[in-house]
Design a protein around this ligand. Sequence first.
Ligand code: ADP
Length: 220
Amino acid sequence: MKKQFAIIGLGNFGFYLATALFQKGHEILGIDINAKQVQEIRDQISRAVIADATDPQALKELELGKMDAVVICIGSILNNSILATLNVKDLGVKRVVAKAVSDPHGRILRKIGADEIYFPEKDLALTAAQRLDNPNVLDYLPFIEGYSIVQLAPPNSFIGKNLIELDLINRFGVQVIAIKELVPENVIMIPTGRFVVKHSDILVILGPDEALAELQEEPE
Ligand code: ADP
């Protein structure tokens, strides 16, 4: 199913993300304040524009509200990352994803409403450590075409309920395989049905791509 994504910030991370999603058949709008970055990616995605994401008016004109998701890939200039995320959130975009370069950065993005946060450096370092430590570990995921693992900030309707009550297996056909607790930082692999979901948790969920997409569209 073809989706529409906007990628804000076409540095290393944004560039690879935008071109990889385009190659998977999605419609990609790339946005960067720097003309050089826009020029570089122009022929490799659907549309690339120069705009300052800290300017709400500039973003408004790009009709981001109709996107399936907007990903903010600004890392090095914290101020811009925060303002861009806030602006995108204010436009009512249904799925706002943001890249963070540090834990405090991630906490701020979460507080201003980012639905998902990527920590590319940290996550890659942890994956690399795992591979170096145990080269036999199956090289995880996605292991079967059409299935993925996603990290989900729980919508409000999930908070205070345990996994049995949420019954995601029967309602969506997906399985919670881990919980990342942020306060204090902790990972629970294969949580039991008695686990009660908190606001500060991240659910790590395995399932068919369509079911995961449906789950991510659950109202907050
Ligand atoms: P990476 O490490 O992935 O290269 P950077 O943080 O270095 O990430 O790159 C961020 C990209 O975001 C750069 O191309 C930069 O021009 C762009 N950028 C920074 N501020 C803004 C902004 N206000 N609006 C749009 N794009 C921006």
